[in-house]
Design a binder for this molecule. Structure first.
Ligand code: ADP
Ligand code: MG
Length: 369
């Protein structure tokens, strides 16, 4: 058996992240001047965070430089908080220190970190372990994520050992009150948590909260492909977001959906995966088997009340697949879309009844007109 080979490295992945999402916002970028101050109908703030890119668009009439400064300040402050709370790259983040905390005694964290972990534990139970934030040691074993080992797959003994330190049953959470402190506790001192599957979505929600606090009602926050869209796009109407076709090479749009006061997130095996002979191994791990998802969905998209919920669910659907996954998502009240590779690599789309009709043709789903 040929050793697995990594087709796209994480760096490349980040470099090609997601300009495709911002169709309507990008096309309208008018500026004019009134009394010496630059007035515009969209404020754009772009940058890098969490090893990926972010793009923020604030719509409205008569947006000025002062507001742009305020927006930039809110964005920087809120992304800084996400880094201090949930980053796996920052050794001083709450999550990194909790992982290093080699004890079952309660560990104080922010209300926000505790809330994200509490949600993740709920979803782990709902999906009977298909979604599991304690999957980190398996991710590392398979050579994805920090400390990547690209080459030989791990042995069954290594996999079993990692799996014995995983699972929602080993995590306890006290959320505390908003603005205050919560706590996390591990029943197994070696347990590690990894919020990569939800932190970008939560980050989008957290920046959105800051923009709501500034009094803005119409904006879009996108971090690494996960989006929160509030109110209306520049020029009016809901935000229009493209769902990318899961192609190994090149970029194309699968379909376009409209969002307003909702989160949307996608996950896919098409930008980073292993090829092991004919087997295509995704960077999503099935915690129930200890192996990467094999020949699973090409991509998933979820629309939910928050981007955090959508982000976690998009990962969960990658593990669960279209049958069980779309059903469980619908019971939880989130809209799911699963794209699979059919005959000769053709992309097939399946959605649950909550998934909205698309603006552009290109897919069928059960509630499309
Ligand atoms: P992306 O990082 O491409 O946006 P996801 O949001 O699906 O993709 O998150 C994938 C990350 O989540 C992986 O890199 C890994 O750290 C973690 N992960 C992998 N498998 C699972 C799983 N079954 N449950 C929860 N998190 C997972
Ligand atoms: Mg995710």
């Amino acid at each position: 058996m040929a050793p697995p080979r990594l087709v796209l490295d994480a760096h490349t992945l980040r470099m090609i992240a997601i300009a495709f999402l911002l169709l309507s916002a990008l096309s309208i970028h008018r500026l004019w001047f009134a009394g010496g101050t630059e007035i515009r109908d969209v404020i754009a703030v772009d940058g890098e965070t969490m090893g990926t890119t972010f793009q923020i668009r604030v719509a409205g009439d008569g947006l000025d430089e002062r507001l742009e400064r305020d927006v930039r300040q809110v964005v920087a402050a809120r992304l800084g908080e996400i880094d201090r709370w949930m980053s796996t790259w920052n050794p001083e983040s709450e999550v990194s220190r909790f992982n290093a905390h080699d004890s079952s005694s309660p560990f104080a964290v922010s209300y926000e970190t505790a809330s994200v972990v509490a949600f993740a534990v709920e979803l782990c139970k709902w999906t009977t372990g298909a979604y599991d934030i304690s999957v980190g040691p398996l991710v590392a074993l398979w050579g994805f994520g920090n400390g990547a080992r690209v080459g030989q797959p791990p042995t069954e003994a290594e996999i079993e050992e990692a799996m014995s330190h995983m699972g929602a049953r080993l995590i306890r959470v006290g959320r505390g009150a908003p603005g205050g402190q919560g706590f996390l506790r591990k029943n197994d001192p070696t347990l590690q948590i990894d919020l990569s599957s939800i932190a970008k979505g939560f980050g989008a929600d957290h920046v959105a909260d800051g923009l709501f606090e500034l009094g803005r009602t119409d904006f879009m926050v996108e971090i690494g492909g996960e989006v929160y869209a509030a109110g209306e796009r520049p020029g009016g109407g809901p935000w229009r977001l493209a769902i990318e076709k899961p192609l190994d090479e090149g970029r194309a749009i699968q379909s376009i959906v409209e969002l307003s006061n909702q989160g949307m997130a996608s996950s896919g095996d098409y930008r980073i995966f292993y090829l092991d002979g004919d087997r295509r191994l995704s960077h999503t791990i099935d915690p129930r088997t200890g192996h990467p998802v094999e020949n699973g969905p090409a991509a998933t998209t979820v629309i939910a009340t928050t981007a955090a919920e959508a982000d976690a669910w998009a990962t969960a659907l990658m593990v669960l697949g279209e049958g069980e996954g779309l059903r469980l998502a619908e019971e939880w009240d989130v809209a799911g879309l699963v794209l699979t590779r059919g005959e000769a690599g053709a992309i097939e789309a399946k959605a649950n009844a909550l998934f909205p009709a698309t603006v552009a043709p290109g897919m069928s789903n059960s509630n499309a007109p």
